[in-house]
Ligand binder design. Structure first.
Ligand SMILES: Cc1cc2nc3c(=O)[nH]c(=O)nc-3n(C[C@H](O)[C@H](O)[C@H](O)COP(=O)(O)OP(=O)(O)OC[C@H]3O[C@@H](n4cnc5c(N)ncnc54)[C@H](O)[C@@H]3O)c2cc1C
Length: 375
């Protein structure tokens, strides 16, 4: 029987970052069902850090994550975790009101936003179809995230703190006996004071094993494709270009172009695969908005973005099942919020409160608690 203080279920970015932070204050074991951490959502993202993306709570956690991204602990990463990649939100004539609404919502915390006229946007991204963009907003402080280095950095630093990672270790049984969890996973049995549910799309299923009521997590499939740029076109200096109503986006990606129809199709938790229809939709939207017309795709994939009803993260102890802690609902923001979300989880579990810098961004434990989702 292997014993620890905190047993983390799920080796994606949420579980890896939380395991690292918790290992500063206790013995931690991380269990991952697949043969490697990062097989699911964390291996399928668009790797973007955008402080103006998501609701107010998500944006606050993203801001609180920036210091870690810009100055991770000594030895955490051999290269920078962020590299500049501004975001250009584009609007057609009929989307001007949506663009104005977006600016009004995010401007108070994003002073650097630049409002552009259509031709200025076209000058930045010459493949935008002439006349398509009526107005745009540039967020110059957004970045690409080196998601692999971040994820592996957390796992390596977790091990250096004495943490243990087991793969092919599907948690299949959770039983609470006199304040101690007994966890069945693979062929092993573990004991822990606290179980941290970082199982991504499977979060409500893991909760059911523990006898905890669901938080109403809905996994939504999102598709991405990559293709070569047209001959003679270098996409490297382009910003990420996003439709202001999130109907598509595209960005440079290692010499190619990555594009998504920004689909959000509800799905059961699974190994998500791209559907032909969604690939056709992104091609159609790209054709309308740009002069890009890829003849063949280099790659296509899909991943799950899991949300609760208010689209904020769920970080906190279950209100009814003692010792069962939630770290879920990362939606499309799991990387950009991970450093702060992990510190929030560790703060609540080790100190009984959110770290001060996160609270100073206006985040409260009640905003994050699973209890807020139960009426
Ligand atoms: C196309 C796409 C684009 C995205 N773009 C961005 C972006 O630009 N920026 C951003 O910040 N975010 C983005 N995201 C979202 C981000 O990828 C997710 O929010 C994040 O990866 C979620 O991490 P996670 O650890 O919660 O989930 P996952 O990575 O899915 O990890 C959960 C893990 O739990 C394991 N597990 C489940 N059940 C069990 C069990 N019973 N026992 C053991 N292990 C179990 C699973 O195998 C899985 O590995 C994007 C997502 C997609 C799909």
């Amino acid at each position: 029987m292997k014993t620890c203080d905190f047993l983390v279920v799920g080796g994606g970015i949420a579980g890896a970052s939380a395991a690292y932070e918790l290992a500063a204050g206790g013995r931690v074991i991380l269990l991952e069902r697949e043969d490697r951490p990062g097989y699911h959502s964390s291996g399928r993202s668009a790797a973007q850090f955008i402080e103006t993306y998501g609701n107010a709570g998500v944006r606050a956690l993203t801001r609180a994550s920036r210091p870690f991204y810009e100055a991770p602990p000594e030895g955490f990463a051999a290269q920078p975790l962020l590299s500049p990649r501004p975001v250009l939100f584009v609007a057609r004539e009929d989307q001007r009101a949506a663009l104005a609404e977006h600016v009004a919502e995010v401007k108070p915390q994003a002073a650097a936003l630049e409002e552009l006229a259509g031709p200025e946007a076209e000058a930045l991204v010459p493949v935008l179809r002439p006349g398509y963009t009526a107005a745009a907003v540039l967020e110059p402080e957004a970045s690409d995230i080196d998601v692999h280095t971040l994820h592996q950095g957390y796992l390596a630093a977790f091990r250096r703190r004495g943490g243990a990672v087991a793969v092919k270790a599907e948690v299949a049984g959770l039983a609470l006996d006199k304040g101690t969890w007994r966890i069945e996973a693979g062929r092993e049995t573990y004991q822990a004071s606290v179980v941290v549910n970082a199982a991504g799309a499977w979060g409500d299923e893991v909760a059911a094993l523990a006898g905890a009521a669901p938080v109403g997590l809905v996994a939504k499939r999102r598709t991405a494709v990559t293709f070569d740029p047209p001959a003679g076109v270098d996409p490297a200096p382009w910003p990420l270009v996003a439709d202001v109503e999130e109907q598509f986006y595209f960005k440079p990606e290692a010499g190619r172009i990555l594009a998504s129809p920004a689909d959000e199709t509800p799905s059961p938790p699974c190994d998500a695969q791209p559907e032909e229809l969604d690939v056709a939709i992104v091609m159609d939207r790209l054709e309308k908005a740009t002069t890009l017309a890829p003849r063949r795709l280099a790659h296509r994939w899909a991943g799950l973005r899991s949300f609760v009803a208010d689209k904020s993260l769920v970080i906190g102890m279950d209100d009814r099942v003692a010792g069962f802690f939630w770290l879920l609902g990362q939606g499309g923001y799991g990387f950009q919020t991970a450093p702060a979300a992990a510190r929030a989880a560790a703060g609540l579990l080790l100190e009984g409160a959110l770290p001060q810098d996160i609270a100073a961004e206006g985040v409260t434990a009640a905003d994050l608690s699973p209890g807020r989702l139960r009426t």
